[in-house]
Design a protein around this ligand. Structure first.
Ligand code: UT7
Length: 334
């Protein structure tokens, strides 16, 4: 049954760095080969922010500037900015504060959300709730991660997977029968040690030993995360279909978190959705953590029609996962 819905995506923006890290580049860095990477993950290349003077806030800022340019909305019209990231510029100080300054969002209040790969999904529902509540008229939600800052490029289990990027959406009120309809989210902290960065937080502050032991990089038990991701995304998508009285073939597009093509394929298969309705761009960007879903919206926006039924789904560190059901509206155009 449809819940009250009055918050819709009216603009999309994105940014990926120019620098490409290809599978053949990785062959020179660790013992791997392009055929293994493509057949096991679907990834052919990723984008890397190489300029050391830049960080996550710069990518988020460029995604927002692209969004504002696409919609012709002025920066001072924005009420609120939520940045989903697990690679903030700094431990103390939200990346969203820095972005407000860099993107001239002079009237916005801003904060970060950290739910790793599920961050955009969670933040999108939070942002939509602010609009549905009637107090805010223009909310920007960004997913942005500079994964290259927390990747050990000597660890072939992780370095082949991740890339950098940022995607942004503008959320506004609507009286039409479109927009965000429902979300099913789950969090299970028992999964925390299967995918995390062990040091750098309050539990294990930086020391010469933590640096020498490479504890400031992502560590992942890939097989466990792989299975949990398929089950988690399939279960929450199934729950959202049931709760909204939908058949899978009512869904025009599934936009899954891009972590591994085999995970994406398995979720689509379990749900019974034809492969052509499942959006995939992992081949070009790899896993950009919180940015994968907004980068898909950015890449494929021309395919979506007014009133299309779309499910977004993600799984990530925490563990955190979920699915969001929305009806596509009308984008502001320049
Ligand atoms: O976004 C958050 C969620 N993250 C994910 O969803 C990632 C989930 N996990 C995965 O995507 C996959 O588990 C990986 C891509 C990380 C690994 O794929 P896999 O099919 O699970 O491989 P595996 O770990 O079972 O390893 C299979 C073999 C091993 O060799 P042996 O023991 O069979 O001889 C590995 O040592 O592949 C080997 N291997 C590699 N070979 C070449 C592992 N990494 C590589 C590599 N290149 N980069």
């Amino acid at each position: 049954m449809r819940l009250k819905s009055s918050a819709v995506i009216t603009g999309v923006g994105g940014y990926v760095p120019d620098n490409i890290l290809s599978n053949s580049d990785l062959e020179k860095m660790v013992e791997t080969n392009s055929e293994w990477i493509v057949s096991r993950t679907g990834i052919r290349e990723r984008r890397i922010l190489t300029d050391k003077s830049l960080a996550t806030s710069d990518m988020a800022t460029w995604a927002i500037k692209d969004l504002l340019n696409n919609t012709k909305v002025s920066p001072d019209e924005i009420d609120c900015v939520i940045i989903a990231t697990s690679t903030p510029d700094h431990l103390l100080l939200s990346t969203a504060s820095i972005v407000c300054d860099k993107a001239d969002l002079t009237h916005a209040w801003a904060t970060d959300v950290n739910a790793a790969c599920s961050g955009f999904l969670y933040a999108f529902t939070m942002g939509a709730s602010l609009v549905e509540g009637g107090r805010y008229k223009k909310v920007i939600v960004v997913g942005a991660d500079q994964n290259s800052a927390i990747i050990n490029y000597k660890d072939r289990n992780t370095c082949i997977l991740f890339g950098d990027g940022a995607g942004a959406v503008l959320i506004e009120p609507t009286t039409d029968d479109v927009g965000l309809i429902d979300s099913v989210f789950k969090t299970d902290g028992k999964g925390r040690e299967h995918l995390y960065v062990p040091a750098g937080g309050s539990k294990c502050p930086a020391t010469p030993e933590s640096v020498a032991d490479r504890k400031h990089f992502i560590q992942q038990d890939g097989r466990i995360v792989f299975k949990a991701a398929i089950n988690g995304m399939t279960d929450t998508c199934t729950a959202i279909l049931k709760r909204n009285d939908l058949d899978i073939l009512d869904i025009d597009w599934l936009i899954p978190h891009q972590a591994n093509y085999r995970i994406i394929h398995a979720v689509g298969d379990h749900l019974g959705l034809p492969a052509e309705r499942v959006k995939v761009n992992i081949d070009r960007y790899g896993n950009t953590t919180a940015a994968t879903i907004p980068l898909c919206l950015w890449d494929f926006k021309d395919d979506f029609k007014y009133n299309d039924n779309i499910i977004l789904t993600a799984f990530g560190a925490g563990f955190s996962w979920g699915a969001t059901y929305l009806k596509w509206g009308k984008l502001r155009t320049a």
